[in-house]
Design a protein around this ligand. Structure first.
Ligand SMILES: C[S@@+](CC[C@H](N)C(=O)[O-])C[C@H]1O[C@@H](n2cnc3c(N)ncnc32)[C@H](O)[C@@H]1O
Length: 381
């Protein structure tokens, strides 16, 4: 067995042992090597930044990372070398790819639509299992799509690759039995729901504006899609759903604190935003809320804003302090909204991602706990 084949089989074995990869996907995972989708130069996230890996300099490390359980960054800043260092395309983490395909529950002959081709590994796996003619994948970035098309040449089954906006689905191939998005959304595109057959399944990473993220497994019924979250996720956002925050001056034209009301809280603001699950719950309950943090020596200030540009709040975090100064301004009390939802969540026993679910109907997104009728407390307004 070659080094590549050995590394490949070991990864598939590990994924199966973990339960992420179901036995029905094993053959496809063995048939489509992950290294085929990787450029010579890529990056993987580490605890203190990104590790750069160049195959020409270190082929052993390159192969090791290709078959590790790490997401591999293949593009920064939408391909513009502008120094922002935002990862904008990647080959997803194997555990995540396997578990999302498990959630997708494809059956023989199902037609599948994928949004967010990236370098193409997930689409290649789908085509291997479903047959090339049953898989359509849509990528917004023409350079990324061209690279995916080149990568697909090494495969037996080549999916239809479309350069376009995944928010539009792909009407010429509709209706689909299954849909899978591999970039995160905070609003599920209605066109995508509309192109899935009744009782079809749509799997997607849902990431509220406030933070956190989880995979949703939605069952489609007409224009409505509803279902549970199946586990935590962290995906790049669908391009047009990135949020361009207005300048702080739009909220606070003069000097801080303006006329803001002063209060104190014993809930640590960083305890909320540094907790992926807590942030997710806040974001589900208050979808129009976002924050920025400003670190200044001994103190970190959390700034909260609403997208309607009506209100703001600040909370000062000082390490070791038992209470934190809050300022709130505008018709809404944004920190109070955060506190209310966090206290509700704590009182409910800190339920995990899998106990939450989402209903999307007529453009409205309603999050629930355990049952669709058990809506999250709405603290807005
Ligand atoms: C995490 S990568 C996809 C991973 C990939 N499916 C795999 O097999 O590992 C996300 C991709 O979504 C693409 N994307 C972002 N917004 C998009 C949109 N509106 N329509 C289509 N693709 C989009 C990005 O360019 C990026 O290539």
């Amino acid at each position: 067995m070659t080094a590549v084949a050995g590394a490949h089989v070991r990864l598939v074995d590990r994924l199966e042992a973990s339960g992420a990869l179901t036995p029905d996907w094993r053959q496809a995972f063995l048939g489509v090597g992950r290294h085929l989708f990787l450029p010579d130069l890529f990056w993987v996230s580490t605890s203190d930044g990104y590790e750069r890996c160049d195959r020409t300099e270190n082929p052993e490390r390159w192969l090791q990372l290709a078959y590790s359980d790490a997401a591999i960054v293949t593009q920064w800043d939408d391909g513009a070398d502008n120094g922002q260092r935002e990862p904008t395309s990647s080959v997803s983490m194997p555990t995540m790819v396997a578990s999302m395909l498990r959630d997708l529950d494809v059956q023989e002959g199902h037609k599948v639509w994928e949004g967010g081709t990236g370098p193409g590994w997930n689409a290649g796996l789908l085509a291997e299992r479903q047959g090339a003619h049953n898989v359509v994948t849509v990528e917004l970035d023409p350079a990324v799509a061209a690279q995916a098309a080149a990568n697909f040449r090494a495969l037996d089954a080549v999916p239809t690759t479309v350069v376009g906006d995944a928010a539009d689905g792909y009407p010429p191939g509709a209706p689909y039995d299954r849909g899978i998005l591999t970039c995160s959304v905070r609003e599920v595109p209605p066109a995508v729901i509309g192109q899935i057959r009744p009782q079809g399944v749509l799997v997607l990473p849902f990431a509220p504006l406030f933070g956190g993220g989880a995979v949703a497994r939605l069952t489609v019924a007409g224009a409505t899609a509803a279902g549970p979250f199946t586990g935590s996720s962290a995906f790049m956002r669908m391009r047009q759903q990135r949020y361009q925050a207005p300048p702080v001056d739009d909220y606070l034209p003069g000097d801080w604190p303006g006329g803001a009301v002063r209060e104190f809280t014993d809930l640590s603001p960083l305890g909320v935003v540094d907790d992926w699950l807590a942030s997710f719950v806040v974001g589900l309950a208050v979808p129009d809320l976002y924050y920025r943090r400003s670190d200044g020596g001994d103190m970190t200030t959390l700034w909260l804003f609403d997208t309607g540009v009506t209100s703001w709040a600040t909370v000062d975090f000082v390490d070791g302090a038992g209470r934190y100064e809050v300022r709130q301004s505008g018709p809404r009390r944004l920190w109070s909204e955060v506190e209310e939802i966090v206290r509700w969540w704590v009182k409910a026993g800190r339920p995990g991602f899998e106990r939450f679910g989402l209903t999307v109907a007529g453009g409205a997104h309603r999050a629930w706990l355990d049952e669709p009728v058990n809506l999250l407390p709405s603290v807005k307004g």
